[in-house]
Every structure is written in structure tokens, then in C-alpha cells.
Design a protein. Structure first.
Length: 154
């Protein structure tokens, strides 16, 4: 069995919105959520994403900050996630990020390898992001700048 097939890539990213989601400032972000999520759901290599029964990922508030949103998903490979993030309409969303989100002075995205079929918990995602912020890139939590090989997760 191919070692890479033993792993999927989990990702978490957070952002502090500039205004409540009901504010006109956030209208472009809010109106783009459903199409971007549908694009992710149908993208090659997509496995899972955190969402409510209604498909809403903005309902979760894992931190003591009502303006901090979280996105958590799992992908078959790093290449599949990169393709979605940087080679689909999603990249337009990234280009507008500063219109809707405050700039954070620390990591806001963490990646890690997870066993296929497992669904990362919000607590695990927060721990990975916190670890990356405190200790930098490692096989436990890393960013697109330094993707550790899947076998480093062993």
C-alpha cells in the first residue's frame, strides 16, 4: 500500500471579521459563502468540511470571540487542497480577504496529516493552530510554506 494513501490532509483557518455577518460590509463575503463551499464540496480530492446540518460553517465560535470564524476541512492530498485554494474561483475570495477580515499578526492557517476516515475535532484543530503559533512549523502542524511529508506523521 502506498504510504501517502494512509493519510489525508486536514486544514484549519481562522479569521476575525471586520463586522457582524449581517453588516453590509460583509455582504460580498456572505453572498460568496454558498458558491465557494459548493465549489469545495465538488472539488477533486475534497473529503469533508465542518458545517451545520444546514451547511453553515460560520455558525461555529470555538474561541471567546464572536468575530472569529473557523474553517475546518479534510482533503485527500496537499495538491488537491492547493488546487482548490489557488486554482479555482476561491483565489478571488482570498484576494478580497482584507476587505472582510482583520489582519492577524500570527498564523491563521494550520495543516496536518490525519488518518483517512477520521474527522478532526474543533479542539484538535485549535491545538494544531496553537502549536504552530508557539513552536513554528513541524510535522504536528505546518503551513503551505513548509508541507511536511505524510510519513513524518508516523
Amino acid at each position: 500500500m502506498d504510504r501517502l494513501a494512509r493519510w489525508h490532509l486536514a486544514q484549519v483557518n481562522v479569521g476575525r471579521v471586520r463586522a457582524p455577518l449581517t453588516d453590509p460590509l460583509m455582504a460580498g463575503f456572505v453572498s460568496g459563502l454558498e458558491p465557494i463551499n459548493a465549489l469545495a464540496d465538488s472539488s477533486p480530492g475534497f473529503v469533508w468540511r465542518l458545517q451545520t446540518e444546514a451547511g453553515d460553517a460560520t455558525a461555529f465560535r470555538p474561541y471567546n470571540d464572536d468575530r472569529l470564524l473557523i474553517n475546518l476541512s479534510v482533503w485527500e492530498t496537499a495538491e488537491a487542497l492547493k488546487a482548490f485554494v489557488y486554482r479555482t474561483h476561491h483565489v478571488e475570495f482570498i484576494r478580497q480577504r482584507e476587505n472582510w477580515f482583520e489582519q492577524l499578526d500570527t498564523y491563521y492557517l494550520a495543516l496536518w496529516w490525519t488518518a483517512p476516515g477520521s474527522v478532526p475535532s474543533m479542539e484538535d484543530a485549535k491545538a494544531r493552530l496553537d502549536h504552530l503559533r508557539k513552536h513554528g512549523e513541524s510535522p504536528f502542524a505546518f503551513s503551505f510554506k513548509k508541507i511536511f511529508p505524510a510519513d513524518a506523521a508516523d
